[in-house]
Structures are given as structure tokens and as C-alpha cells.
Design a protein around this ligand. Structure first.
Ligand SMILES: [Zn+2]
Length: 69
């Protein structure tokens, strides 16, 4: 059995539309992809703080804004 892929940023299961051919892969959303890029740009990828519930809520709000337009 194949385990569902999870987002390396927020650890949520990837939605079905995100697969190896998606531009967002392996992230669940553009938000998480940006978080990843941001971390690399700041050179602090190795000292990632665990996501808190506040972070997740923030991310979901941001996603809602992105997808509304
Ligand atoms: Zn994610």
C-alpha cells in the first residue's frame, strides 16, 4: 500500500490534484512552496521551528485569499 504524500512544510496530506506533475509538488499549496523558498533564501532551513496551530491558521487564511481571486 502506498502511503499518502505529505507536505514537507505543514505535514498535511497532499490534495489529489498535487502529484509529481504539479508545479506545487511536493507542497500542498503555493503558500507552503513560498515558505520553503523563503527558508532557503534565508539560509536557516536547518533551524526550522515546528509549525504551530497559529501558523497553520495563518497559512489557511492566506490560501483562502489566494484562491478567492
Ligand atoms: Zn503544506
Amino acid at each position: 500500500m502506498i502511503r499518502p504524500m505529505t507536505c514537507p512544510i505543514c505535514d498535511k496530506e497532499l490534495p489529489p490534484e498535487i502529484n509529481g506533475e504539479s508545479m506545487l509538488f511536493p507542497f500542498c499549496s503555493s503558500r507552503c512552496k513560498q515558505v520553503d523558498l523563503y527558508r532557503w533564501c534565508n539560509g536557516d532551513y536547518a533551524v526550522v521551528e515546528p509549525m504551530t496551530i497559529e501558523h497553520l491558521l495563518e497559512a489557511e487564511q492566506a490560501e483562502g485569499e489566494l484562491f478567492e481571486g
